[in-house]
Design a protein around this ligand. Structure first.
Ligand SMILES: C[S@@+](CC[C@H](N)C(=O)[O-])C[C@H]1O[C@@H](n2cnc3c(N)ncnc32)[C@H](O)[C@@H]1O
Length: 506
């Protein structure tokens, strides 16, 4: 028997989900992906957003705080979580967000349409009936050129993870208390992993140990819902899309650019799978290669015209930011020899050619800053000339036009390698630390209540004790001397780190 809505609500009431912000669900990112594929999405600074299963508002409230002219609705079946979210919204003074404790099947019909609908961590973790209702809701309440974000557990990865889940559930059956269920569930898999490692060459040893590591790295509430709850259904990408299509929705793109670019996965994979016809079929092959277990898919209405061939000049509509931590190597730049650039949580990406390498260098030198395309182009041309690389690239109008096109292509490649970020409406961040620095009211609230905050690029960042002490007071009234009294660490260093982290407003 599937759990009743009351039982689902009670489980999340008892164990609220951790407040976390996900950059790849932000309207800015959804608008970038939609623009790349030929849509005209609503501007993130003036749009209507619905988040389904918003829990305590960790994702929705920072969005709302940063876009006062947009309207936000968050719905969750757990009244306890919605109450927590409402308290934060009230304390921070958010007037543009409505939070509803309701089953998604009963969302007030007067609400909508929405330009962006976000459902992170919901689709796989509810029963078939709620799942179908979620897709129906997404389609019915979506405005023309609207974008839906849905994440779900994926196959084939969950076939193997499912073994661990099934064993945990079996062993946790006799226990009522959720904490005991978590401890017992993990302990039995840990025991099996250890035993498999000791006894002969059991092929399961490494996979079980990795699964235990994963479970131990997650908050208890996530372990509960991922491994121990009644509902957790994984889907092949194609099957997910078939369900979405049956509800009048169409595949737009993946939410994270990296996931869609086959060359990110290495030359042998690109050569073998490159010829597979069709975007979806190719992606499905790739999921087998990577043994994928989680997916984040963007959908739109099936009456929205999409263009699968990206017009590379579209990058001129974006503002650009380097995501690379270390300065790219310039050795061998004149020949455009390939270099490999490390990327947090990703395998290194190969960047080859004079223009792509120099574009990354130019952007990296701007630091953690959003830079308009024209500024990047001007800096690139200046660098080419300064390095005597301008011949055939900058010396005639035709050469300049060709270089501009090369830059379009280079930036797209860097974007899909997640080495460069694109924005349609970047946050208004300071370029240098002001005399009386200021962050958002929500960030100050987060610093007062925990050891992590959401930066203005909507990334979830842990805070050092010094950053926390200072951030909590950045309301634009205190000067550096007053801020220095808040923590023994040198305040200029703390402020510089907060500036780089995208926490200080202009
Ligand atoms: C796994 S949590 C994800 C929370 C949050 N979106 C995140 O990813 O951090 C799933 C959320 O969906 C909510 N939920 C489950 N069934 C629901 C329903 N029928 N209607 C509305 N919300 C529901 C739960 O209360 C819970 O907060």
């Amino acid at each position: 028997m599937p759990p009743t809505p009351t039982a689902v609500a009670a489980s999340y009431d008892a164990f609220p989900y951790p407040a976390w912000a996900f950059w790849f669900t932000h309207p800015n990112q959804l608008a970038v992906m939609a623009t790349l594929f030929g849509m005209e999405p609503a501007p993130p600074e003036r749009c209507r957003v619905l988040e389904v299963g918003c829990a305590v508002g960790g994702n929705l409230l920072p969005m709302a705080a940063a876009a006062p002219e947009s309207q936000f609705v968050g719905i969750d079946i757990s009244a306890v979580q919605i109450d927590l979210a409402r308290q934060v919204a009230a304390e921070v003074g958010l007037g543009n967000v409505r939070l509803e404790a309701a089953d998604l099947r009963e969302l007030d019909p007067a609400l909508g349409p929405f330009d962006y609908v976000i459902a992170h961590g919901v689709f796989s973790w509810v029963d078939d009936d709620v799942r179908a209702a979620l897709l129906a809701l997404c389609r019915e309440r979506l405005a023309p050129h609207g974008v839906v974000y849905v994440s779900y557990n994926a196959l084939p990865g969950w076939h193997t993870a499912g073994v661990v889940r099934d064993f945990m559930r079996l062993h946790a059956e006799p226990f009522e208390d959720p904490r005991t269920r978590i401890e017992q569930g993990i302990a039995i898999v840990e025991w099996l992993a250890e035993r498999a490692g000791r006894v002969g060459d059991d092929w399961r040893a490494r996979f079980l140990a990795a699964e235990v590591d994963n479970a131990r790295s997650l908050p208890g509430t996530t372990v509960l819902h991922e491994y121990l709850s009644e509902d957790n259904r994984a889907f092949y990408f194609r099957d997910f899309l078939a369900l979405a299509e049956a509800h009048g929705l169409a595949y737009l793109s993946d939410a994270k650019p990296w996931d869609m670019w086959i060359e990110n996965f290495g030359p042998t994979i690109a050569e073998t799978l490159g010829p597979v016809p069709g975007l979806v079929r190719q992606a499905q092959y790739l999921d087998f290669v990577t043994h994928r277990r989680f997916r984040q898919t963007l959908l739109t209405r099936d009456d929205t015209p999409l263009s699968r061939r990206i017009d590379t000049a579209v990058v001129e509509r974006f503002v650009l930011r380097s995501l690379v931590a270390e300065a790219p190597d310039l050795v061998g730049l004149e020949t455009g020899a390939p270099i490999r650039i490390g990327n947090p949580n990703r395998t290194p990406v190969e960047v080859a050619g004079v223009i792509p390498r120099l574009a990354l260098h130019v952007l990296h030198r701007r630091g953690a800053r959003d830079v308009p395309f024209d500024e990047v182009f001007a800096a690139l041309v200046a660098e080419l000339d300064a390095r005597s690389l301008g011949a055939g690239r900058t010396d005639t109008d035709e050469a300049l036009a060709a270089t501009r096109k090369d830059l379009h292509r280079a930036l797209l490649r860097l974007f899909f390698g997640e080495l460069v970020g694109f924005s349609v409406s970047p946050p208004a961040l300071a370029r240098t630390v002001p005399e009386r620095p200021r962050t958002g009211a929500l960030q100050r609230w987060q610093a007062r209540h925990g050891d992590a905050a959401t930066n203005l690029w909507h990334e979830h960042l842990p805070l050092s004790p010094a950053a926390r002490a200072v951030l909590a007071h950045l309301d634009g009234t205190l000067d550096h001397a007053a801020l220095a009294a808040l923590h023994p660490e040198p305040v200029e260093e703390t402020l510089a780190a907060l500036l780089r982290a995208g926490m200080i407003l202009a």
